[in-house]
Design a protein around this ligand. Structure first.
Ligand code: ADP
Ligand code: MG
Length: 378
């Protein structure tokens, strides 16, 4: 029997200083990452940060400029793509249009010379996994986008690869299908435990799917951790803004850490109480708050006057883009009805704000009041 259809075990995958340059552009800059067998890893970052390059290097579609990739104690970055025994799922499903769904899924097994009976059983099993048995004899063009993506997933997992690579597989689907498929991918991973590296620019997708999230910024890793950790304790303003802390305000902390980690912070004549994640020096800092952590009225003495500029109703909240008295843009999600043009008072709990200092503050995501061109209070 062909060895590629017995499930190869992967103990650990190690990327050591993985670097890829395109002429003057460094797309990946000394990426170090260790992945345990069975883990689901999400590579998260904005467009152009090197996610697809990382997957192509892993898949063997691109040679490295520097560094090495190890599967347990075997160096694999020097192996040709087909010898790595990885499965791939791309954004554009890349199915063969003239082959039936069954033949698309079975293609890899056929190429590997698997006998007919074995092939049929494996394909049936894979089709059942993604709930497509009744579509087996159709052509890809007769299926919806979501179904086609399920075929692509079945085609990747039918080989029981020791690593599955997925590059933004849901980005061509509409919002509802995207959620359904996300759950299916999670379910599939829970049952098969195939080691998976999943690339996305969508924070929610990464948090929902992954055992660990790797946040990439400009070809380097910023933070690696379980979803709750990256979500609740981002290490800098870049990761924070990615994790939904849309409001980043320049403040002056007026005291170093006091009782229970409470720090005073001042901004444009307003004083706030904020819980510091750790002891900090008094001085310039960035205060980060999520839109949903604001509410109407003061909270524990924290209060801010805001003029609502744009208000959108989102079902259970009102999404407000407003402007503070200092002219800073502010994003709120409020349970109470607010209308454009209203001046409101909002507050936030000291525990919901984060403070960042020194090199935790990346200039590219911090707004400066001067740069904000909006109508200020009269
Ligand atoms: P992402 O998938 O995160 O959007 P990519 O890995 O596609 O990012 O790209 C990372 C950087 O490398 C970008 O600046 C991109 O322009 C560059 N790049 C990617 N592929 C090539 C290529 N084949 N030739 C030249 N530059 C490339
Ligand atoms: Mg990409």
């Amino acid at each position: 029997m062909n060895s590629t259809i017995t499930k190869p075990e992967l103990g650990q995958l190690r990327l050591q200083g993985v670097t890829r340059r395109f002429g003057p552009v460094t797309a990946l800059d000394h990426l170090d990452l260790t992945i345990e067998g069975g883990e689901f890893i999400a590579l998260l970052g904005p467009s152009g940060c090197g996610k697809s390059t990382a997957l192509s290097c892993l898949a063997g579609l691109l040679p490295l400029s520097e560094g090495a990739i190890w599967a347990d104690d075997v160096r694999i970055d020097t192996l040709p793509s087909e010898k790595r025994e990885f499965g791939m799922v791309f954004q554009n499903y890349a199915l063969f249009p003239h082959l039936s769904i069954r033949d698309n899924v079975g293609f890899g097994l056929k190429v590997r010379g698997v006998n007919k009976q074995e092939l049929r059983a494996r394909v049936d099993e894979a089709l059942a996994m993604v709930d497509l048995q009744e579509h087996a004899s159709k052509l890809p063009g007769q299926l919806s986008g979501g179904q086609q993506q399920r075929v692509a997933i079945a085609r990747a997992v039918v080989l029981r690869p020791r690593l599955v690579l997925m590059d933004e597989p849901l980005s061509n689907l509409d919002a509802k299908l995207r959620l359904q498929m996300r759950t299916e991918i999670r379910r599939l991973h829970q049952s098969l435990k195939l080691t998976t590296i999943y690339v996305t620019h969508d924070q929610e997708e990464a948090l929902a799917l992954a055992d660990r999230v790797v946040v990439l910024r400009r070809s380097k890793v910023d933070q690696v951790g379980p979803p709750e950790e990256v979500y609740n304790r981002p290490i800098n303003t870049y990761v924070a803004s990615f994790m939904g802390f849309r409001n980043l305000f320049s403040v002056e902390t007026t005291s170093s850490t006091g009782q229970q980690g409470i720090v005073g912070a001042r901004s444009h004549g307003n004083s706030f109480q904020v819980t510091a994640q750790r002891p900090i020096q008094a001085g310039r800092a960035i205060m980060a708050i999520r839109p949903e952590d604001f509410q109407l009225g003061p909270v524990d003495g924290n209060s801010l006057r805001v003029r609502a500029v744009v208000v959108e109703f989102s079902g259970h909240t009102f999404v407000v883009e407003g402007v503070t008295e200092a002219g800073e843009v502010i994003h709120l999600r409020l349970k109470d009805r607010v209308s454009a043009g209203d001046t409101i008072e909002v507050g936030f709990s000291p525990y919901s704000a984060l403070l960042f200092t020194g090199d935790e503050c990346s200039d590219d995501v911090v707004q400066t009041a001067a740069a904000v061109q909006v109508e200020v209070f009269s």
